[in-house]
Ligand binder design. Structure first.
Ligand code: CUA
Length: 381
């Protein structure tokens, strides 16, 4: 039997309860939205402020809806629970046009507002800005390299860190030498995929000085978790220029000694070797390739009848033919012919890097005959 229901009009006290309930939802939603971002990494760019505002807006709505649903659930459980000895059925309710119209219209309006707001933030955070600094980031398993154009000296400066300064809009051009990676700077609230064969881009304008982590956010192989770098935000333009001038000077005045030159090239991250190899001299801790400590000694006896310089020369250009037991064929095949094609390594760099690797011996003496190396490399020039 259906229990008789109270059909009197809504009482004043009910209206008060509803108003109090909505005030509570509004307050709860805002409180959650304001406190959650305290857990985030520092907000270090203009885009980060916009993204966080959007996030707070979405979270406030989501939190209020969560509190509404959970609140109604709790009220229903307490207020409409079956009393002791009550074996009757619940009331049979079918359809309520007003209610259904309201709960369709309100979410529709919310989604529309969110769409417009998100689109504005998307367009605004990706818009080109005047006086942008363009930096090219190359992702390669498992390392980031940053390249800066120096039009004055017709040079490209490469660095393992991304350098910029407060207030300077940065335009990142992202390319990959191998597979897909994702360029993510949590503190700048930017993340963009790198796709083979394409140049993707992303922009940010730093608002606070400091060093912030850059992370690869796309599973790219066994060294993915190590694929990290930092963005150094200098406090002002002068400090940045002083860093840049130092880098230009180093590039313009390479060390006389080829081994020193090769060391400087590798230390600057001109090639992605640090992502995979261990090399204590340069602080490398890669795990996916054979260690390079002592490689000069080993190179001399790896292949019968082949000198250390011959071995290193061929294994750098044809790594797949010289796999060290226990390691797969992951190393890029460098080529000396086409500067525009991936994995280009000029004959000069090739010479300097081998000259440096030859010095990785127990005695510290070079294991190679550099004149013979020069003869070998001259064929590539
Ligand atoms: Cu590169 Cu993960």
């Amino acid at each position: 039997m259906i229990a008789p229901r109270n059909t009197s009009p809504i009482k004043g006290s009910t209206v008060m309860w509803i108003i109090a309930g909505f005030a509570l939802l509004l307050f709860g939603g805002l409180a959650i939205a304001e406190t959650t971002p305290l857990l985030f990494p520092p907000q270090a760019s203009a885009q980060a402020q916009q993204v966080d505002e959007l996030f707070k807006f979405l979270l406030a709505i989501g939190a209020a809806i969560f509190l509404l649903v959970q609140g109604l659930l709790v009220i229903s459980i307490v207020r409409f629970r079956a009393r002791r000895g009550d074996r009757s059925d619940g009331m049979n309710i079918h359809g309520n046009t007003t209610l259904e119209t309201v709960w369709t219209l309100i979410p529709a309006v919310i989604v529309l507002v969110i769409t417009v707001y998100s689109y504005q933030v998307w367009v605004s955070t990706r818009a080109a800005r005047a006086d942008e600094q363009t930096v090219q980031a190359t992702g390669a398993r498992f390392v980031w390299t940053f390249a800066y154009d120096d039009p004055v000296n017709d040079l490209t400066i490469s660095s393992k860190e991304l350098h910029t300064y407060v207030g300077q809009p940065v335009h990142m051009e992202l390319v990959t030498d191998d597979t897909a990676h994702a360029f993510w700077i949590p503190s700048m609230r930017i993340k963009q995929d790198l796709l083979p064969g394409r140049t993707t881009e992303v922009r940010f304008t730093p608002t606070r000085a400091g060093s912030y982590p850059i992370v690869c956010a796309e599973l790219c192989g066994s060294g993915h978790g190590q694929m990290r770098a930092v963005v150094v935000v200098h406090p002002d333009e002068a400090t940045y220029i002083s860093w840049f001038d130092d880098a230009v000077n180093t590039a313009l005045n390479p060390p006389e000694d080829p081994a020193e030159r090769g060391r400087a090239l590798l230390a600057a991250g001109a090639y992605p070797c640090s992502g995979c190899h261990v090399l204590n001299d340069l602080g490398w801790q890669g795990m996916t390739g054979p260690a390079l400590d002592g490689v000069g000694d080993r190179a001399a006896r790896r292949v019968a009848g082949e000198s250390a310089e011959e071995y290193l020369d061929r294994s750098l250009y044809y790594p797949g033919e010289f796999l060290v037991p226990g390691f797969g064929s992951l190393m890029p095949q460098f080529q000396p012919d086409d500067p525009a094609a991936p994995n280009y390594m000029s004959a000069d760099d090739h010479f300097a890097i081998i000259a440096y690797l030859c010095t990785q011996t127990a005695s510290g003496e070079s294991a190679c005959d550099l004149e013979n190396l020069e003869r070998i490399v001259s064929e590539y020039r």
